[in-house]
Design a protein around this ligand. Structure first.
Ligand code: M6R
Length: 637
């Protein structure tokens, strides 16, 4: 939540920071703001999406060129700057609560992602000392505290004495803060310096030539540099055009972990699509193929990316918990079927936000699989930390290098989806499914339950899935037409069994978040225990039907469920395997997907539901990429 960008170099900071914010806007879009150091602190901030800030800046620049004032600094030319796009926590989404926040003396500007939990006490102390607050945010107190602390700091540094002072002031202030935060600050008296700090919230450094960057994630600066440094927990970083200095909160010199970004910079552009989401749906075949690329060794073993666990540790696992949120949780629900089927280890799937509060039974023979696209979801991170405190082993499935969840895990398997900008997860979901299958196969192999040739056979089936998703995408025109017909429905229900049940949940989540419609997913057998009362004449019910070649009982049961809803007036949208003629008579609308092994079917059955939700949202006039009230990366609990 909240996107943060900082720049120190030779280019005008305004352009670099606005470009970065554009790429981070998916993290929050309640308001946006920028501060540039150029002969003083120059700020502009606005409630609403980034476009409102850009409009205000354009007006300001037009006014400045019409009435030039040579002595004043210029927001368009200063080469040190910070910018922020907000998902509101403390204080509504207004101009005055937009970041940056300035210290009372006008010297320091601060932007923040996270929540400072002791801000009320800090604020009342500051007010007691006569400071007047201009916003309702928790962030503003940090600007006042840094400004006050600067008076006490005396740091000698031949390269950048003022920058060192700002870094030291930031460090001392961080020691007084509780909660989760990424902070960036600039000082009107220290042009060329940006200081950052992080605890629990994300911050990465981009290392360029004669310029350096700070950002919530690498997509903000990939058009300028591919070299990045991952900061550790509780670290302060100072960037100038030619240096990056890191220390921990105790003042000891520290190192970050350097890494190369292999994302294509065009991947963060819309590439001719109206929305990122449509582009990301279309990228799914490639994302699946990339996630599978080179996963098998010459001897047929499945490889993870980073493993700080021995094979013996994995052989000792007697229980698995998958923890995740939202769409990632749905991928975990599918994983349960595959992992239990292939490994025979009991596997529970739990919402990360609930996990640690019920005191789960964990020990060193428990494996916790944490799934997260962003690698920063606070609920998942806290579940992971709880698991580690209880000595459980943690394996992360993640899309974002340099993020916190993989860094704190014992083993990592990266999905190679590339940047996912649309708030609604699409390619993240499919690549998480692929990664879950690989984890299941790896565990089965290490434990001697599956031989290399058996694993190879499933991986070969997985490799075919990329082409099958392509086939689904080629057949989406009827789904688009159907979407226009369903756009006025009051409510849409989704039903499925076995791996079709998580698909139903995911279809409903997509529709809720994009179309703002009542939508619910049910295990089809559960319907008659209550939810069937929701069905009225014409209520659309989307039914995910398993393959006729799979487990016959399962299929017969869902066909009965479809008949039950039809008997009560439902309008059925049936997703079934190509050539499954028997279901045709139960379907008001039939969406055919390619023939696929049962466990892998979610890779194809989910895709029409993504398209359906995006198209209904478009028909209802909603912003598909940035649905109301949401943020892509949820870094608060
Ligand atoms: O970054 P994560 O995968 O940890 O995010 C988890 C959820 O917030 C995320 O999947 C969310 O549910 C999606 N926006 C849904 O489309």
């Amino acid at each position: 939540m909240c996107g943060i960008v900082g720049y120190a170099g030779a280019r005008p900071a305004l352009g670099v920071v606005i470009n970065g914010l554009r790429r981070l806007e998916y993290r929050g879009y309640d308001s946006a703001g920028i501060a540039v150091v150029d002969g003083g602190l120059l700020m502009e901030k606005r409630a609403g999406k980034l476009a409102s800030l850009e409009k205000a800046l354009a007006e300001r620049l037009a006014e400045a060129s019409a009435n030039p004032r040579p002595a004043a600094g210029n927001i368009a030319s200063g080469s040190t700057g910070i910018g922020h796009t907000r998902w509101a926590t403390h204080g509504g989404p207004t101009d005055r609560n937009a970041h940056p926040h300035r210290s009372a003396d006008g010297r320091i500007a601060v932007i923040h992602n996270g929540i400072i939990e002791n801000f009320a006490k800090l604020r009342s102390d500051l007010e007691g000392r006569g400071v007047t607050f201009l916003s309702d945010t928790d962030t503003e107190c940090v600007a006042h505290l840094i400004s006050a602390e600067l008076a006490n700091v005396d740091v000698e540094s031949p390269e950048s004495p003022v920058g060192a002072r700002l870094g030291e002031a930031m460090r001392r202030v961080c020691l007084r803060l509780e909660g989760a935060f990424t902070l960036l600050a600039v000082d009107a008296d220290a042009p060329g310096v940006v200081v950052g700090a992080r605890r629990n919230s994300p911050l990465v450094v981009g290392r360029g030539r004669d310029e350096n960057f700070l950002a919530s994630d690498v997509s903000a600066f990939i058009e300028y540099t591919r070299e990045a440094t991952e900061l550790g927990q509780d670290q302060v970083v100072t960037i100038t055009d030619d240096g990056v200095t890191i220390m921990d909160f105790l003042g000891n010199p520290a190192d970050g972990k350097e890494f190369h970004i292999d994302w294509d910079s065009n991947a963060a552009e819309k590439g001719g699509y109206d929305y990122f989401m449509l582009k990301e749906i279309a990228e799914q075949p490639r994302a699946i193929a990339d996630t599978l690329l080179g996963r098998l060794t010459e001897t047929g073993e499945v490889m993870l990316d980073e493993v700080r666990l021995s094979d013996q540790d994995l052989r000792d696992v007697d229980k698995i918990f998958v923890v995740a949120c939202g769409t990632a949780y749905h991928s975990g629900l599918v994983a349960k079927y595959a992992i239990e089927h292939w490994t025979r280890i009991p596997c529970e799937v739990e919402l990360a936000s609930e996990f640690r509060y019920r005191d789960p039974v964990l020990d060193r023979s428990t494996l916790v699989v944490a799934i997260s696209q962003s690698g920063e979801t606070m609920d998942t991170l806290m579940a992971l930390r709880h698991a580690k405190e209880q000595k459980a082993r943690v394996l992360a499935i993640c899309n974002t290098s340099g993020s916190t969840i993989p860094r704190e895990s014992d083993a990592v398997l990266y999905t190679r989806g590339g940047p996912e900008i649309a708030v609604a997860s699409t390619k993240a979901f499919l690549t998480q499914l692929v990664a879950c299958y690989l984890v299941g196969l790896h565990l089965a192999q290490v434990r001697g339950i599956k031989y290399a040739d058996e694993v190879g056979a499933v991986v070969a089936q997985l490799q075919e899935m990329s082409g099958k998703v392509d086939q689904v995408l080629d057949l989406m025109e009827p789904v688009r037409r159907l979407a226009r017909e369903l756009a006025d429905a009051k409510s849409v229900l989704f039903i499925g069994r076995h791996v079709g049940y998580p698909v139903a949940l995911e279809g409903a989540l997509k529709l809720k978040e994009l179309a703002y419609m009542h939508a619910e997913g049910f295990a089809a057998g559960e319907l008659k225990h209550g939810p069937i009362a929701l069905i009225d004449q014409g209520t659309p019910v989307v039914c995910v039907v398993p393959s006729p070649r799979g487990r016959g009982v399962l299929r017969d049961k869902i066909i009965s469920n479809i008949q039950e809803v039809r008997a009560r007036g439902a309008r059925t949208v049936v997703i079934a395997e190509d050539g499954d003629e028997d279901v045709r008579s139960y379907a008001d609308h039939l969406i055919a997907v390619p023939v696929t092994p049962t466990l892998l079917a979610p890779l194809v059955t989910t895709v029409p539901l993504q398209v359906l939700a995006a198209e209904i949202a478009t028909a209802r006039g909603h912003d598909v990429d940035q649905p109301r009230n949401l943020a892509k990366s949820v870094t608060v609990e």
